[in-house]
Each structure stands twice: as structure tokens, then as C-alpha cells.
Design a protein around this ligand. Structure first.
Ligand code: ARG
Length: 566
């Protein structure tokens, strides 16, 4: 595809020696509206070299640049040179580009040879997988797909919370009150009950705490009974989580959770000692971070057991050694900002410059319309239930809208779950948001079903019009404002994907697909697509095709399906 911005730079480079390619590139602006051009170049920086007033420089440059095949107009507007893309060239290059890249439109090889780890989801075993986990799961999955699409060797890791003193509690509780059959029938809820009961009783009987500590120590020491119980708990929990991952179509390359690092911590502790970073405090060990305005990072407890932070540090070392990552990304809520800042600092203090490649990608909280979610209040809404409800409700809507649809159940799954994922990815990730059923499942407005419906509509137009990808198209028939508007957004799509990667913000893509869908519907509502005139019909169907293709790719990058009929 023609890179029009690059063409602008080339033109300027030829006339201007005093600025480098990159300097010119960063000076170029996008005017606030298209009637001022597609690109604008401010000439202030050239005053010295040209020894003229800025307006005159701009005028001189614009005159020199005139008559360029890629731009229909290059004019000066005060001290700016404004470039207007040749629309028929734009249409031509976008259509050619989409046709030749097809389902890979917007992909690239910029990541080749670089490994990016995306760690996401990472729930705690024996605890409910609730709506609060949806954010890390869905944002992480989208980032994983985006990096992959750009050619990075991408690794999805689920850093399961499968270790820590709470497993000492669970083991004690199970030994006192547990019943294997009851638990296997409803693992998470029953394990949660045991955990809650243990905590309640430990309020009165303090010795229970010691017992829990004892069992965790035993687990760390490899006691067979403790280990087998823990393994069983992990297994039945994973089976539950897996139901949700299947519904969301999410796969991980590794489930190496916290326990995986239990034998990889001593070396971290040794290195911290060697480098003189460890400080004793009351029998416990920590790294002092006062100088950096942070509380100390606790590495080892008084009883010798390790902590969440220790495991994170050990995991980072393991990943560096085994994957030699270019980026090691953690998609974890903003409540853990301090935790990540602390241990990234510890690695930096140990003298490892790859500390800077460990990146925490935080996000805000999700809450339900009728209040927040909290495990302690026992008000958790399971993610599985939310997804099931979305599918059921969608099925009811589909029965009304399109009773004859084939595979209604399958489509309801794609639309219902897609709707939830779409809402998740609609806003800047750092913003808190309130989950609303009405907004999520609506077929109108900026929603998943709306975009999916536009895709299905485009598909049915292509079928009805017997669209043929090989048909030659007269580009000059796609120059109306509505048409160019859509073409421009498809043209921008590859850059949007890059931006989404650079800023780790999937919502750029969500917004772009909504805008493309809106733009296409505006066009569809004002012009008939399947018309008698063959040439016009072919051109309009081609526009329909590039829209359908781009929406499908965009949704795919977000982890959302695009059914052909709905
Ligand atoms: N299991 C943790 C939780 O549920 C999240 C783990 C985040 N990842 C990490 N490497 N610390 O809060």
C-alpha cells in the first residue's frame, strides 16, 4: 500500500536539507478536518535555512510540490503546507492492499525474532473465577493476539495462584472437615466454604493458624500427603477455569504458576545476599526500598517461607533465561501497581538491565450495576454465569429477530460472549467501568452485536450480489464522502493495530471497528449497493468486502468471532 505520509516526507526531504527524515516525520500533523488536508507540515523550523517569513516558505514549497500524482492538491495555508491525498489513488491502494493481504491485512513482521511474554488471567486456585477476573483475561488475550499478528514470537502464560500459606489452611481444613465427593461435585464452592470456615474458626482458635503454617511448610518440604492434596485441588480448580477459557476461546502456552517457582527461589535469595541487598528485620528478610519512596519488598518470612514477591522475582529470572524475552508483560489490575514497582526495582538493583523490559499493564476495576464484587462479602458473580447468561439472553433475542437462523445456538454463543468481551475492551483499560447488561447486549450503538451484525450484513450483501474478488473495479466510483470516509478508516487500520501494540491498548482497535461499522452503515443507509448498473454495483460490493474483511480481522484480534449470519 502506498504510505502517503512517507510520500509527504520524501517530497519535503528533497527540498529541505536542514531536517532529518525522522524530524520531518515528527513535525507532520494531521489537520483537525479533512477539508484542511490529510497532512500538514509547519515550516517554522525552516526560517533560518530559508531566510524568509514562514508564510512565504510554505508558499514556495507548495508551489514546488504541485503536480504530484499522489496528492490532488498541495497548498499553503499560512505557515503550513497542506497535503490532500489523491482520493482515487487512496481507493486504489486500499483495495489492492486488502485484496493482496486478505485475512492478514494489517499484520506485519516487525516483531520477527523477538519474544514477547504476555502473562494474563492468573486466577487463584480453589477460589471462584469471578467477573473481576474478566479484565485481565480478556485484555491479556487481545494483547497476545495483537503482538502475534505483528510477528512477535508470543507466549501466553497463566501465572496461576497455586501456592502460598492459604494452601496450608486448605489442607488443614480438608483434613478436619473435607469430603472428597462433595468437593468434586462442586469444587470451587466447596473449597471456598472450607476456606471461609477455617478463617472463621481461626478467629477464636489461634492455634489453627500455626497448624496452617505447619501444613504449608510441609507442602514446601515435599510432604507426600500435603503434596497430593494440593495437586488434587489444583487439578479440580483448573478444570473449572478451563470451562471459561473454552467459552472465551483462550489458550495458554504455559500454566507455570507460583508453585512452579518453589524450587527456583533459593538462587534469587543467594544472589540478593551476595549483592548485599538483603536486610534482616525481626528474623524476616527484605530489600529496603526507602530510598525509592517505597515500602520494603518482603522476600522471606520469619519461618523461612517465601512470598508472592519472591515467586514473582524467581519467575522473571526463569523467563529471562528460558525465553530471552524482548518484553515480559504482566496484565494485572492497578491495585498491584506498587507490588510490581517494588520487585521490578529489586531486579534493577540486582544489576539486571532487563528489569526495564518487565512491563506492568494495569487496568481499572469492573463493578456490577448493583454494587461492587467482593469475595469477603460472599457476593461474587462467577464469570461462567455471566457468560452463560449473555448467551441465553442473546438466544432469546435471536429467536425474535431471526427465528429461521441456522445454528442459532452456536451464533448466540459467538454473539453473547463477543458482546461481553467487546464491552470489556471498549474503553481505555485504566478506566473503571460498570458492567451493564443492557448496554452490552444491545444491537444498537457502540456494541459487539452491532459490529457483528454489520459484518453479517456485509456478508449477506456480498452473497446476494454475487461478489467476485477478481472483478476489476473502477476506483473513481467510490469517491463520495461516505465512501472515502470508510476507505480512509480501512487505510488507517494497520496503523491502529501498531498503536494498540505500542501503547498496549486493545481499545484502539475496538473503537476503529465500531467507526468502520458506523461509517459503512451510513453509506448503506444512503446508497443502494446492489444496483442495476454493473460497474457501480461491483465498486460498492468491493467497498463492502474491504469493510467485512477489516471488521473480521479487528474482532479477531480482540478475541471476538464474526459470524457470517445472525
Ligand atoms: N493470582 C494473582 C491474583 O489473583 C494475580 C497474579 C498476577 N501475576 C503476577 N505475576 N503477580 O491476584
Amino acid at each position: 500500500m502506498i504510505n502517503f505520509k512517507e510520500k509527504v516526507i520524501e517530497l519535503i526531504e528533497k527540498e529541505v536539507d536542514s531536517l532529518s527524515h525522522d524530524e520531518i516525520s515528527s513535525l507532520i500533523e494531521i489537520p483537525p478536518s479533512y477539508d484542511m488536508g490529510d497532512y500538514a507540515f509547519p515550516v517554522f523550523r525552516l526560517s533560518k535555512a530559508f531566510r524568509k517569513a514562514p508564510n512565504l516558505i510554505a508558499e514556495e514549497l507548495a508551489t514546488k510540490f504541485a503536480n504530484n500524482e499522489n496528492f490532488e492538491k498541495i497548498v499553503n495555508n499560512g505557515p503550513y503546507v497542506n497535503f490532500f491525498i489523491n482520493k482515487s489513488k487512496l481507493v486504489e491502494t486500499v483495495i489492492d492492499g486488502v485484496i493482496s493481504e486478505g485475512g492478514n491485512y494489517g499484520s506485519s513482521k516487525i516483531g520477527e525474532g523477538k519474544t514477547v511474554i504476555v502473562e494474563f488471567s492468573s486466577p487463584n486456585i480453589a477460589k471462584p473465577f469471578h467477573i473481576g477476573h474478566i479484565r485481565t483475561t480478556v485484555i491479556g488475550n487481545a494483547l497476545y493476539k495483537i503482538y502475534k499478528y505483528l510477528g512477535f514470537n508470543t507466549i501466553a502464560i497463566n501465572h496461576l495462584g497455586d501456592y502460598g500459606t492459604q494452601f496450608g489452611m486448605l489442607i488443614s481444613a480438608y483434613k478436619k472437615w473435607g469430603d472428597r465427593e462433595v468437593i468434586e461435585a462442586d469444587p470451587i464452592n466447596e473449597l471456598l466454604k472450607l476456606y471461609v470456615r477455617f478463617n472463621a474458626e481461626a478467629e477464636e482458635k489461634v492455634e489453627l493458624r500455626d497448624e496452617a503454617r505447619y501444613w504449608f511448610k510441609e507442602l514446601e518440604n515435599g510432604n507426600k500427603e500435603a503434596y497430593e492434596l494440593w495437586e488434587w485441588i489444583r487439578e479440580i480448580s483448573l478444570q473449572e477455569f478451563d470451562k471459561v477459557y473454552k467459552m472465551l476461546n483462550i489458550e495458554f502456552d504455559s500454566f507455570a504458576g507460583e508453585s512452579f517457582y518453589s524450587d527456583k527461589m533459593p538462587r534469587v535469595i543467594d544472589e540478593l545476599n551476595e549483592k548485599g541487598l538483603m536486610k534482616e528485620s525481626d528474623g524476616a528478610y527484605l530489600v529496603d526500598l526507602e530510598e525509592y519512596g517505597m515500602p520494603p519488598a518482603l522476600i522471606q518470612k520469619r519461618d523461612g517461607s517465601t512470598l508472592y514477591t519472591t515467586r514473582d522475582i524467581a519467575a522473571a529470572f526463569y523467563r529471562k533465561e528460558n525465553y530471552d524475552f524482548y518484553k515480559n508483560i504482566y496484565v494485572v489490575g492497578s491495585q498491584q501497581n506498587l507490588h510490581f514497582k517494588q520487585w521490578f526495582k529489586v531486579i534493577e538493583l540486582m544489576g539486571h538491565d532487563w528489569a526495564k523490559d518487565c512491563i506492568h499493564i494495569p487496568f481499572g476495576m469492573v463493578s456490577l450495576e448493583d454494587g461492587t464484587l467482593s469475595t469477603r462479602k460472599g457476593r461474587v458473580v462467577s464469570l461462567e454465569d455471566v457468560l452463560n447468561k449473555a448467551v441465553e439472553t442473546t438466544l432469546t433475542i435471536m429467536e425474535e429477530r431471526n427465528p429461521d437462523l441456522e445454528n442459532k445456538e452456536e451464533v448466540a454463543k459467538q454473539v453473547g460472549i463477543g458482546a461481553v468481551v467487546f464491552q470489556e475492551l471498549f474503553n481505555q483499560r485504566i478506566k473503571d467501568y460498570v458492567f451493564s447488561w443492557d448496554r452490552t447486549l444491545s444491537f444498537d450503538g457502540e456494541t459487539g452485536p452491532y459490529v457483528q451484525y454489520t459484518h453479517a450484513r456485509a456478508n449477506s450483501l456480498l452473497e446476494r450480489g454475487n461478489f467476485n474478488l477478481e472483478d476489476k473495479v473502477n476506483y473513481d466510483l467510490l469517491l463520495s464522502e461516505d465512501e472515502i470516509n470508510v476507505v480512509r478508516m480501512v487505510y488507517d487500520f494497520p496503523n491502529i493495530v501498531l498503536d494498540a501494540m505500542e501503547k498496549n491498548e486493545p481499545f484502539f482497535i475496538t473503537r476503529q471497528v465500531v467507526e468502520i461499522a458506523k461509517g459503512f452503515n451510513k453509506f448503506y443507509n444512503s446508497s443502494q449497493i446492489i444496483v442495476d448498473d454493473e460497474e457501480t454495483k461491483k465498486a460498492r460490493l468491493m467497498l463492502t468486502y474491504i469493510v467485512k474483511n477489516t471488521i473480521k480481522i479487528g474482532l479477531g484480534l480482540l478475541g471476538i468471532e464474526a459470524p457470517n449470519k445472525m
